[in-house]
Design a protein around this ligand. Structure first.
Ligand code: ADP
Length: 172
């Protein structure tokens, strides 16, 4: 039984992430998609719990995938759930340098117990990132090619809420 972890921010989950999840679910017995929130970026659009729920919704039809969240180091989470594989996606050369460093550090920190498996992006999703989804949506742009309809709805609602909250602030 090989259990793998797919860690990330997923703020919000995109078709690029879903593609990596589906492909890795075919390679491993169990895939745990884990929202890592130790590096909760300032200005996160969704809370960790919200991101977990979104991921659960879009992976509900994949039986060997479960979703979790963790505050801490990936190597500690891997030990906790008994996993030795971390999955990461590579879109471009720019991802590589950053990902290589994380992969080597995780291997070192885990005493060789956590290896990283890289999946190269599917071409149609090569330019997709959560940050570009947030940027497009913040200007009211069309994100339907980037995220499933259920996520699109939640992202739009969140920006509406933020706009209303901003409006209220300005009035005060
Ligand atoms: P991070 O927290 O490092 O920004 P994300 O949460 O955005 O990572 O994504 C988690 C993982 O999914 C990363 O390894 C990232 O490279 C990968 N990923 C994100 N978008 C895509 C995509 N369109 N195609 C392939 N991999 C992707």
């Amino acid at each position: 039984m090989i259990r793998a972890i797919y860690p990330g921010s997923f703020d919000p989950v995109t078709y690029g992430h879903i593609d990596v999840i589906k492909r890795s679910a075919k390679m491993f017995d169990e895939v745990i998609v884990c929202v890592m929130y130790n590096h909760e970026k300032k200005g996160s659009l969704f809370s960790a719990d919200e991101r977990v729920k979104m991921l659960q919704t879009v992976t509900a039809d994949i039986p060997n995938v479960r979703v979790d969240s963790y505050y801490g180091l990936l190597v500690d989470y891997a030990r906790k759930v008994g996993a030795h594989v971390s999955i990461r996606g590579l879109r471009a050369v720019t991802d590589f340098e950053y990902e290589l460093q994380i992969a080597q550090t995780n291997r070192l920190l885990s005493g060789g117990n956590v290896d990283t498996v890289f999946l190269t992006t599917s071409l149609e999703y090569a330019s997709l990132s959560s940050s570009s989804v947030r940027e497009i949506a913040s200007f009211g742009g069309d994100i339907s090619v980037c995220v499933p309809p259920v996520i699109e709805k939640l992202v739009k609602e969140r920006y509406k809420e933020l706009a209303l909250a901003g409006g209220k602030d300005e009035q005060q």
